[in-house]
Design a protein around this ligand. Structure first.
Ligand code: NDP
Ligand code: PYC
Length: 339
């Protein structure tokens, strides 16, 4: 497919300008722009430019507060709570991160609880912010009910992303970040747009029958990854990043929103670990981890994040490849907003 190369700085400027014109505060426009451009830069199209229109539709529907001023509460022990006040999660995370890192160094472990945020983003940018602090991190959130539990046929779980990162001295961190459905819902939408059938095993139609039609999948239920194992991990996320933090589980998020065509509101849970504090002087945790990760690489296996970091290096060197359709969409959003 033909494409044009756009620099990270130029794309960031365009995306931020679209959000400012739509009515978002400069702080929100900057954090939204950073997340979306990072997705395109790293070749994660399911959370790149195509998400802008959804963010603007969420604003038009009155389901996100464009100038929300997230408030970071005084830490309650190791728990740092950020009230996102109905704004996108990205700014709430940015405000909470310095306190999370400080508290993790103080206590060994700290938890950032974000409540009442609107969430559309990939989690790896947040995880990389934590590993950049020399800490290990874990993040998770519910979504809205679009995934059937294994053995069921009705949407109940969200696509519930789960991400982890380990810092590596002088190297890219070890980072994985995946939906606990077979793929992210954004991926199904990209198949729909391309007119391609889905691989088998991704979804059920509205009658609970397996389907390869993206439209039928969007009307029916997606499936968890890894059968009963993914279903259980996804349920854990509903419990830890929904029930535990006093926020919506995915069924309640859908009930509140009434649609899956705009971004859902719920909470997020982010954990940060200080390796030295946990190891307690028994061994060097970073050296042990390096040896282990090296053994994976030694087998010729690819690390999670490796494709993304390679895409990033290429994008930073040559520019981000955007198709004509994506550039046209940016032009349209600049002129007309989400209409
Ligand atoms: P993928 O299945 O594309 O990738 C998941 C992870 O697995 C990545 O870390 C990826 O690394 C790694 N990976 C993929 N293939 C291999 C391989 N062969 N060997 C080793 N590692 C591999 O992602 P999903 O479709 O599940 O999710 C995409 C994004 O959607 C995530 O960033 C997630 O946060 C986001 N999402 C957000 C939601 C929300 O509510 N906010 C809901 C659901 C998903 P690499 O990146 O290098 O390929
Ligand atoms: O791609 O599954 C997804 C998703 C849901 C909410 C944000 N992203």
């Amino acid at each position: 497919m033909s494409h044009e190369l756009v620099s990270v700085a130029a794309l960031t400027e365009r995306v931020e300008a679209i959000f400012v014109k739509a009515g978002f505060s400069a702080d929100h426009a900057a954090t939204l722009g950073r997340a979306i451009v990072a997705g395109e830069r790293d070749g994660c199209k399911s959370h790149g430019v195509y998400r802008i229109a959804g963010c603007l539709r969420t604003l038009e529907a009155g389901k996100v507060v464009p100038d929300a001023d997230p408030v970071v509460a005084e830490p309650d022990g190791a728990i740092i709570r950020v009230d996102a006040k109905g704004g996108f999660s990205n700014l709430a995370f940015a405000r909470g991160l310095p306190v999370l890192a400080e508290q993790a160094r103080k206590s060994g472990l700290a938890a950032l609880v974000i409540n009442d945020c609107v969430h559309f983003a990939a989690l790896w940018p947040e995880i990389e912010d934590i590993t950049a602090e020399g800490l290990a991190g874990m993040a998770m959130c519910p979504s809205y009910a679009t995934v059937a539990p294994v053995g069921g046929t009705e949407p109940l779980l969200g696509t519930n992303p789960f991400a982890f990162g380990w810092p590596r001295e002088g190297k890219n961190p070890y980072v994985f970040d995946f939906a606990t459905s077979v793929v992210a819902r954004g991926e199904i939408e990209l198949y729909r747009r391309a007119g391609d059938p889905l691989p088998e095993g991704w979804a059920l139609d509205a009658d609970g029958k397996p389907t390869t039609s993206p439209e039928a999948a969007l009307d029916g239920a997606m499936l968890p990854f890894g059968g009963h194992k993914g279903s259980a991990i996804s349920t854990m996320i509903e419990l830890l990043a929904g029930a535990l933090i006093g926020d919506f589980t995915s069924d309640k998020a859908l009930e509140w929103l009434g649609t899956t065509t705009i971004a859902p509101r719920h909470g997020e849970l982010i954990l940060a670990f200080d390796p030295e504090r946990f190891a307690g002087g028994r061994a060097d945790p970073r050296a042990t981890a390096e040896a282990f990760i090296g053994a994976i690489e030694g087998q010729g296996a690819r690390l999670p994040g490796q494709r993304r970091f390679a895409a990033r290096a290429e994008a930073l060197r040559d520019g981000i490849p955007l198709t004509k359709a994506e550039l046209d969409e940016l032009d349209r959003l600049e002129k007309e907003g989400a209409a």
